[in-house]
Write a protein that binds this ligand. Structure first.
Ligand code: ZN
Ligand code: ZN
Length: 353
């Protein structure tokens, strides 16, 4: 990543390194210049995305790093990745830049320009790729990790329900941890994700969910209230409710990776949330899919408590901390009928997101 990393206390759940997760303040302070060209960066190479490699290479563009900031244009990095894939036979000579895969920048935020990338700024999700090629790809300095897509692009990563088999992608090389900057009228958070095991959000998905929260906030349903985020994933909605002034937020997910990411996100955003986290359980001892809810951690601040549970949402009512909430957010995958959960015998108001 390209941000300052001086106050490190969180090690990466995938690679164990100390540079994958940095306090969100470090990111947000530099966000809007992070992927911008500097004054010395060469202009946009305007590579054809729908032409074979030999046509692209025939145009003779400059593929060196900027001699001032060290960055390269996204398309140049993708062209180099395509060249590696063609050389090792996992893409045909006729393949285009579009065929390389899905590039995810390490710190996801809406950009009005093509990003300029530095070391470890890109995680690539690719179909039809093996480990040998993936290991060659991470020799490209900008590529931090290579993930093999399993199933179709529309199949969500994670678990649909506690009874279903988890659907995960496969990390072939490097590290899969990156973050998305989530923005709302209450403020911004950096939400880290182990991207081979956690749902990938694209386009309008996150802004649409924030609009639901903003509507609840305006209606007075968040400030001073107890909010349950029943399928919390990496903690996005529940932690945003803390910023909206909720007094007690209960985060629950049955997927262990989601809970591990949630704890990282409380730590990484603790200065913004103004809380201190206390862990009760070593998450590595938890099963992949939880059943009876286990109280994993609690974070406390001035006038706010965050409780984190690993377990089956339908059993969460048995837990004493969940006795008497005001609102429950149900954010399941689009393919899951959330009304089944909403009908469950719980008091308080259910909001299906
Ligand atoms: Zn890592
Ligand atoms: Zn530059």
């Amino acid at each position: 990543m390209t941000v300052a990393t001086e106050i490190i206390s969180i090690s990466c759940p995938t690679c164990g390194g100390s540079e994958c997760i940095v306090p969100s303040g470090n990111i947000l302070d530099n966000l809007y210049t992070l992927y911008m060209a500097c004054n010395s960066c060469p202009p946009d190479p305007k590579l054809k995305k729908d032409a074979p490699l030999k046509i692209i290479e025939g145009e003779g563009y400059d593929n060196t790093q900027c001699n001032n900031c060290g960055a390269r244009h996204l398309d140049i990095v993708m062209a180099e990745a395509l060249a590696v894939m063609v050389k090792h036979g996992c893409r045909s000579k006729e393949a285009h830049l579009f065929d390389v895969g899905t590039p995810l920048i390490a710190i996801g935020c809406p950009l009005a320009f093509a990003p300029r990338l530095k070391t470890d700024d890109l995680i690539l999700i690719a179909d039809n790729i093996d480990q040998t090629v993936a290991e060659k790809l991470i020799d490209i300095p900008e590529i931090k990790g290579v993930i093999k897509r399993v199933g179709t692009p529309t199949q969500s990563v994670g678990i649909l329900d506690t009874d279903s088999e988890p659907h995960t992608y496969k990390l072939l090389a490097g590290c899969d941890v990156r973050c998305d900057v989530v923005a709302s009228s209450f403020g911004e958070l950096c939400i880290y994700k182990s991207q081979s095991k956690i749902h990938i959000e694209f386009g309008r998905e996150s802004p649409a969910k924030m609009q639901v929260l903003e509507r609840l906030y305006v209606q007075g349903h968040l400030t001073g209230e107890t909010v349950v985020d029943g399928f919390c994933g990496p903690g996005t909605l529940g932690l945003m409710c803390v910023l909206a002034g909720a007094e007690h937020v209960i985060l629950n997910d049955a997927w262990r990776t989601a809970i591990e990411n949630t704890l990282i996100n409380i730590e990484a955003n603790k200065d913004i949330l103004e809380v201190e986290l206390e862990k009760f359980v070593d998450t590595s001892t938890l099963p992949d899919i939880g059943d009876e809810p286990i109280h994993v951690a609690q974070a406390k601040g001035d006038g706010v408590v965050i409780d984190v549970f690993h377990g089956d949402f339908r059993k969460l009512l048995n837990v004493k901390e969940v006795d008497g909430f005001d609102i429950c957010l149900i954010d399941t995958y689009p393919s899951v009928d959330a009304t089944g959960f909403a009908r469950h015998d719980m008091t308080g108001r259910m909001i299906i997101i």
